[in-house]
Design a protein around this ligand. Sequence first.
Ligand SMILES: Nc1ncnc2c1ncn2[C@@H]1O[C@H](COP(=O)(O)OP(=O)(O)OP(=O)(O)O)[C@@H](O)[C@H]1O
Ligand SMILES: [Mg+2]
Length: 449
Amino acid sequence: MADAQQQPSVLIVDDDANFASAAADFARAHGFQTSIAHSLEESRRAMGRGMSDLTMLDVTLPDGTAFDLLAELDARQHSRIALMTGETSLETARRAVGLPVLDYLLKPLCPQQFESLLSQASARALAQIAGARPDGIVGDCDAMRQLTVDLDRVAPARVSVLITGESGTGKELVARAVHDRSRRRGAFVAVNCGAIAPDLLASHLFGHERGSFTGAQQRHVGYFEQANRGTLFLDEITEMPPALQVYLLRVLETGEVTRVGGSENIPVDVRIVAATNRDPIQSIEQGKLREDLYYRLADFVIALPPLRARGTDVVLLANVFVERLNAEHGQVKQLAPDAERMLVRHGWPGNIRELRSVVQRAYLLSDGPLVRIPVLGRRALPLHQDDSSIVFHVGMSYADVEREMLLKTLTKVDGDKTEAARILGVSVRTIHNQLARLAVAGDDAIPHV
Ligand SMILES: Nc1ncnc2c1ncn2[C@@H]1O[C@H](COP(=O)(O)OP(=O)(O)OP(=O)(O)O)[C@@H](O)[C@H]1O
Ligand SMILES: [Mg+2]
């Protein structure tokens, strides 16, 4: 495991002391913490102190072979081990083939291959650290580092926060983090102002008394009261009807709500976090957002940059998603070596949500230990995709429609082919056949296995 200074670690096991120390020097120069063992016995002792992010294991050692050691370890550990051998003997090659180890290297080592092995191991180690943050926010670029600083400063204060950013940039995730770090004891209540019929929004937000309108058979406590002493997240704030924006502003000024059909003024202590994927200033000009409300909501503005402006965060995020899927599925897959190139090349119009779904899809479709990121962008991904809907365009073929249905359903059921077959009303064999056909056709979204 990487240590507190975020330095990844490598264990080099080789009875050739010169080779081992040269390899260790190389790894140290690439930012690794190194340890060396010259026999199986020594390597067992080193592993007993904790598994390194990468173990480079010579096949032939004085007290046995690498295969003896591999037999003692489980698959999760195999995936962190690269075998090395100086002999190209048929027997070694035969035994190594089919072992689920990370890589198989011939000595003398080729520096490029060594480097790419190290960079993969360090990316994985970083992802483990980045993915362990309790708020789940992953990012290492300047903007995301600044966000962490801002969150610590702003969350505990009683200021309103407006979060802007394209769809899928993490606005809701950040809104939750604001609440979690605020130490406000009440609930976090999220309301999507664009998803509730305009004429019902008032009663949802502020509650209503029994009989206040047709269909109001019960008294209803609104979101404001539910979020008392907590945080109310008003998502897609520009979709709120202007008349309601006026009323909202009054509630924020007075700190009291009146239920629809009621007369009592009920005091509420609510922290507001609002979000929009539009430019708020432009929305004001277009009359979609009242200027006075904007100033009340935007004590502090967090502008989340699109994924394409976050540099190599895309690679870090992809590694974190793979690690999360590993934990969930009890597997030990990792990104294929060319993944980085594929990931930074794409524009990610759907941002982190799109990335997550691409990684998840590639993960489910990879049968081997490597998760291959497909060539993206040639087939336009729907802009507002989510896990439960599919956008079909006129001009798509039945084959495309079928492909989307299949892949989306598989994603939804976490790759459970039996469950997907049940939902789609076909046999499991049909699912397998379709996947195989897509793979054979070299489909963009299907990793080549
Ligand atoms: N920095 C991040 N690190 C890890 N996961 C992230 C990050 N940003 C977003 N995500 C994940 O991406 C997905 C989309 O994020 P979220 O729903 O917060 O986006 P949004 O900006 O609210 O999108 P929309 O405008 O479409 O509602 C979620 O699964 C979220 O957990
Ligand atoms: Mg959202």
